[in-house]
Design a protein around this ligand. Structure first.
Ligand code: NIG
Ligand code: FE
Length: 418
């Protein structure tokens, strides 16, 4: 099946010239084309051709996107979308001035969602989460990472990973599962930390690897969660079992997580709000992606990660929502781009690369997705605007009108365009 994505007003290829990543000054290059169309052959991008050489008779289908802006399918590389229950009560407390760490210390926070998830069946969770996946698809997101981390015992962590894998089967987008058993200590292990770590290392991880339930193993290195040494033990085992690594680190305290992640060549380090200058230099030299989550700073009224310094030091920056019930109840990726531009001084072009090619790098999928290059998957997000700057400027509005995954239209809010 040969299709033509015909005549977008603006085509942002984000061409990486086969490097499949953007860093430093390269982060602002978007390779904007006018008067070009994209040839799709089955699931892949076969060619990018000038409109003057288009012969429409050669195609089985023409998708006319005149007046629209085409980007690669967006990549959401850090979410906790699979949860049940609401923490609106904690939001009220936060508005009244109680801070996030205090709420966690007093039994709320992550463990409040754990209580809810443990009481929810597989079917209950699916029912709650489906509209969230559909919301992401409607934004042009064609690859979506989701973490476990609200079960915190064998049965419930596995249940969450099974939910994530099931969602990947029933939806046409790629849903990438991450095991986050090391999110925090569950209440029954507050004073028996070693026992919980032993359960992760000797029970959860081997089962997850054997059943292929997760691509990544993540953790939370923080004063209220795991120490760097505890993360080290978990990462050693996860690596042995063939899982890729990610780490939530340098969010509130710098307690050694970054060094542990770099020692294990983690694919990404996420948060980095309190990242120190020496860490910025290290990330500038590493291939580990710095995933910045400005929604968390906005939601918690907290400091932002040092995006400009990271870009100047040549680090690989990605952006994500961190969608979760406690620290970023925000599921709009374009709002995240606007926050990054306004509060972390990223340019519009930098935010676009950070939610596509570099987010793909944070999922180790950047050889297949994240930019519009010949041979890559035919994943596109099509925006109802002639000017790509509006995606970031039109704050809080979803301008995506069509999502294409593997060459198929999977969302279309403007059927008149085809
Ligand atoms: O990425 N930092 C740790 N975990 C999540 C928050 C989870 C929650 O509060 O439920 C985060 O911010
Ligand atoms: Fe997170």
């Amino acid at each position: 099946m040969k299709k033509l994505l015909f005549n977008p007003s603006q085509l942002l290829t984000l061409d990486t010239h086969s490097k499949n990543v953007k860093r430093g000054t390269g982060l602002s290059e978007i390779d904007l084309l006018h008067d070009h169309s994209i040839v799709i052959n089955n699931n892949f991008i076969a060619d990018i051709i000038p409109n003057s050489s288009v012969n429409k008779n050669k195609f089985d289908r023409i998708i006319d996107v005149t007046g629209k802006t085409v980007l690669p399918g967006l990549v959401e590389c850090h979410t906790h979308s699979v949860f049940t229950g609401s923490r609106a009560d904690e939001f009220r407390q936060k508005l009244a001035g109680v801070d996030y760490e205090k709420i966690a210390e007093s039994g709320g926070g992550i463990n409040s969602t754990v209580r809810s998830v443990r009481q929810s069946s597989f079917e209950d969770i699916i029912k709650t989460v489906k509209p969230r996946i559909e919301n992401f698809i409607s934004q042009g997101i064609t690859s979506l990472e989701i973490k476990s981390g609200y079960g915190l015992d064998f049965e419930n962590e596995i249940k969450l990973l099974q939910v994530i894998n099931y969602l990947n089967e029933i939806y046409p987008i790629d849903i990438i599962p991450t095991f986050l058993g090391a999110h925090t200590f569950p209440p029954e292990h507050k004073t028996t930390r070693d026992e919980y770590i032993d359960e992760i290392i000797n029970k959860m991880l081997p089962h997850i690897a054997e059943q292929k339930l997760a691509k990544f193993c993540d953790g939370f290195c923080e004063a209220t969660a795991f120490t760097a040494d505890e993360i080290d033990l978990i990462f050693i085992r996860a690596e042995e079992l063939g899982l890729n690594l990610k780490l939530h680190t340098e969010q509130f305290n710098s307690i050694g997580g970054l060094n542990t992640a770099l020692k294990h060549n983690a694919v990404s380090v996420d948060h980095l709000e309190v990242l120190q200058d020496d860490g910025i230099i290290k990330l500038g030299k590493a291939d580990t992606v710095s995933v910045l989550l400005p929604g968390v700073s906005f939601f918690l009224k907290y400091q932002y990660a040092p995006a400009r310094k990271l870009i100047e030091s040549n680090a690989i920056i990605a952006l994500a929502t961190d969608f979760n019930p406690g620290s970023s109840h925000i599921s709009s990726l374009s709002l995240i781009m606007s926050l990054a531009a306004l509060n972390m001084r990223m340019t519009i072009e930098e935010t676009i690369n950070a939610v596509s090619i570099n987010a793909a790098a944070a999922l180790k999928m950047n050889d297949k997705i994240g930019s519009i290059e010949i041979g890559k998957r035919a994943d596109f997000s099509i925006f109802d605007t002639e000017e790509y700057a509006n995606i970031v400027y039109d704050i809080g509005r979803n301008l995506n009108c069509m999502t294409i995954k593997n060459g198929e239209i999977i969302y279309n809010s403007a059927p008149s365009v085809t």
